[in-house]
Write a protein that binds this ligand. Structure first.
Ligand SMILES: [Zn+2]
Length: 268
């Protein structure tokens, strides 16, 4: 088995048709999601549990070439409705990060541009999370209420982090839970608070590959948005970047070719 020294983690949000409730650039249509996953599988990619990545980061066995981790932030119902059936057919796991005070509610932190007519998107209930876990999803924390953590005082910060982890323990049982920082916002104080609150790891929105020495509380993720074509997604996962443009890909390959032509410094 050829092993991988740099593991990509993809970040999705909603998997739903565009509409009044889904104007977010992070909303990927069900057809596009199916097409993304099919294209990745055709190119030798395979989703593995977040648990496998964490075990490797902690010194465990390496992952295989093409292995990647699939994550969904916020815990939208549309992930169960449209993404899970696709993943089940492929036998691929995923990790879902939920806002524990808002289970069964809506994404109230997202203020739609036209609040008078736009609906907000529904979030999974506690029972639905239990069902999803039985169907191969890992469930982790996206805090209690999705507030921007660096802005909070110590007391509120601790309540968001500890409270959410405790809610998951109550709902899903004792276990090791991970955190995704809301809006990707994190600073050193927030990072330390995540460690102190007992999370095993935390995921950022910093793009890039994860090598074995990556900070376990700043795991990198590649952002997938609604207008990413299959080809753009492939470029993103191949280069570990949020820029899936052909131009970026061509520049990267050109630089690689130039680097190979440079004479190596002589050791003698
Ligand atoms: Zn979020």
């Amino acid at each position: 088995m050829s092993t991988s020294a740099r593991v990509p983690v993809l970040m999705y949000h909603q998997v739903a048709d565009a509409g009044p409730a889904n104007r977010s650039p992070y909303c990927v249509s069900p057809e596009r999601f199916r097409s993304h996953m099919t294209r990745l599988a055709d190119h030798g990619y395979r989703a593995v549990p977040l648990e496998s990545l964490l075990a490797w980061l902690e010194g465990g066995p390496p992952l295989a070439q093409g292995d990647f981790v699939l994550t969904f932030d916020d815990g939208f119902c549309s992930v169960r409705d449209h993404a899970l059936p696709v993943l089940e057919r492929l036998g691929w796991p995923c990790a879902v990060f939920v806002v524990t005070d808002l289970l069964g509610g809506v994404d109230s932190w997202n203020v739609p541009p036209d609040a008078a007519t736009a609906a907000q998107a529904a979030l999974l209930t506690a029972d639905e999370l239990l069902e999803m876990r039985s169907r191969g999803c890992e469930i982790h924390s996206h805090t209690r209420t999705h507030r921007s953590l660096p802005q909070l005082d110590d007391e509120d910060l601790n309540a968001e982090l500890t409270g959410s982890r405790e809610a998951l323990v109550k709902l899903l049982g004792a276990g090791e839970y991970c955190l995704a920082y809301p809006f990707g916002r994190v600073d050193e104080r927030v990072r330390c608070a995540a460690v102190a609150a007992g999370y095993r790891a935390a995921l950022s929105v910093q793009p890039g590959f994860n090598r074995q020495d990556v900070d376990r509380y700043q795991i990198r993720r590649i952002d997938v948005v609604g207008h990413d074509s299959d080809t753009a997604l492939l470029r993103k996962i191949q280069l570990g970047t949020n820029d899936g443009s052909l131009r970026h890909w061509a520049t990267y390959r050109f630089r690689q070719a130039i680097a190979r032509l440079q004479p190596r410094p002589s050791l003698g």
